[in-house]
Design a protein around this ligand. Structure first.
Ligand code: SF4
Ligand code: SF4
Length: 443
């Protein structure tokens, strides 16, 4: 069996990884390194954004979702479905058909994740009035973690409100309890369009505990439903579907679908690089006057989620078409307010800033100074030949004893020229980073 590098929502399959470093080059928190010819994730720095998963050419990065079969351990099996899921299908496949196939696959009850959005928006508008400005939406888990890790000074701007998936799950937990269903009989499952939400359900921020039993990969489930549709499986179940949903709920997971309902000066930004650029401006106090920011890591927000099957623009278009057929609000809002108002707020969110050098401040300062000096020795072209994503990252690794100075190909060439290391030693260093196999090929 292959040796696995474990990470909460992602793992790298070492026997599939070819050490191409594509993942390392796109990681927004420099959480990846290559050594021994394989990529490795630094767990503390990873924000579960999935950018590495998108670019891996060999599918060596695997999503750590839950086993679908576990749903059968529960008598009542509720599936919370995000509105992007239905938008994966062509118009000729009706929602009712999809509901009945989902029932046939084993679920006893289906509900839209965004049923809670109407209630959440009421809370958000109240929250924004009294919060640090700009308040930053707590919807996108990758953005929350990005701020915790890379922009710790902005953590206080993140709204202390749980996202729609958690409010809906709380509602169902309470509804089933009120109906006298024993907790052990109820399994609440969430179909996720992104890996960030797997991590956020398993380890939520803000001292919150999720009632969600398991998270199912949307890409996997789409294929399962589509195959069942193609095979014309007979429908024998009576799955219960809660169809209460508003147009604002449907559009909430798409860019602009949240900010448009918040009072004051708001902005909606999507795409990891755009979000980072804006947060840098905010941190440097180059922008002000905003009441609310909707920041989403994926282009087109959840329509561009990593586990979505369909083109993100077609997905968003499909959602807009469906939203146009739905009412502005739905009838369950008062019930949601009475069941969930008490749990919508979460505790403080802690920064998870990289303790880059050491927990001891004196040692950390010395190491930081050392890294600064080292950086000046390096060429500053961020070539990645050392197995680190940038010259700065290599300097940090060296002062932490996680790399050696001669990992830098420029300095190594200089050392060779001066006769300080031999050619054989230089090759060994390259083998250590990029793997022996790369150097054993016949030319
Ligand atoms: S992208 Fe990363 S995980 Fe995928 S093969 Fe290349 S080095 Fe390995
Ligand atoms: S999920 Fe994102 S933060 Fe984590 S290793 Fe991949 S690219 Fe980096």
């Amino acid at each position: 069996m292959s040796q696995l590098t474990y990470h909460r929502a992602l793992e790298i399959l070492e026997n599939v990884c070819i050490g191409c470093s594509h993942c390392m080059k796109v990681c927004p928190t420099e959480a990846l390194r290559v050594s021994g010819g394989k990529a490795h994730i630094h767990v503390e720095w990873c924000i579960d954004c999935g950018e590495c998963y998108r670019v891996c050419p060999t599918r060596a990065i695997r999503v750590m979702d839950d086993d679908f079969k576990q749903i059968f351990e529960y008598k009542h099996r509720v599936l919370l479905v995000p509105s992007v899921f239905f938008a994966q299908f062509n118009d000729n496949i009706s929602r009712d058909k999809i509901y009945s196939i989902i029932g046939e696959l084993g679920f006893t009850e289906i509900c839209a994740v965004e049923q809670s959005v109407d209630t959440l928006l009421l809370e958000e508008n109240e929250y924004v009035k009294n919060s640090v400005k700009p308040a930053i939406s707590s919807f996108c888990p990758a953005v929350i973690r990005l701020i915790q890790v890379r922009f710790p000074s902005l953590v206080d701007h993140i709204m202390r409100l749980i996202p729609p998936i958690e409010i809906t799950a709380q509602y169902y937990k309470r509804k089933f309890a009120a109906d006298g269903i024993p907790e052990n009989d109820l399994g609440i499952f969430y179909l996720t369009p992104c890996i960030g939400k797997i991590a956020s359900v398993k380890s939520p921020v803000g001292g919150y505990k999720s009632p969600i039993t398991g998270v199912i990969n949307m890409d996997f489930f789409y294929n399962k439903v589509f195959l069942a549709y193609k095979q014309h499986i007979p429908i024998t179940n009576n799955v219960v579907v809660s169809k209460e949903l508003s147009s604002k709920g449907i559009m909430f997971p798409v860019t602009g679908g949240e900010s448009v309902h918040i009072e004051g000066r708001t902005l909606a930004i999507d795409g990891m690089n755009n979000v980072i650029d804006f947060l840098e401006m905010l941190e440097n106090e180059e922008v002000d006057g905003f009441d609310f920011l909707e920041l989403r890591a994926c282009d087109q927000s959840c329509a561009g989620g990593i586990l979505c099957h369909r083109n993100r623009f077609l997905t968003a278009e499909n959602m807009r078409k469906f939203a146009a057929t739905m009412p502005d609000t739905h009838t369950l809002v008062p019930e949601y307010l009475s069941h969930c108002s008490a749990v919508i707020h979460m505790d403080e969110i802690e920064p998870r800033s990289m303790i880059k050098y050491d927990r001891d401040i004196d040692i950390a300062l010395k190491k930081m100074e050392g890294a600064k000096k080292l950086r000046m020795l390096f060429p500053g072209i961020d070539c990645g030949a050392c197995g680190a994503p940038s010259c700065e990252a290599l300097a940090e690794d060296i002062v932490k004893d996680q790399a050696e100075i001669n990992a830098c190909i420029f300095l190594r060439t200089l050392f060779e020229k001066r006769g300080e290391i031999t050619l054989e030693e230089a090759v060994k260093i390259m083998e250590k980073i990029w793997g022996k196999d790369r150097f054993s090929k016949e030319i």
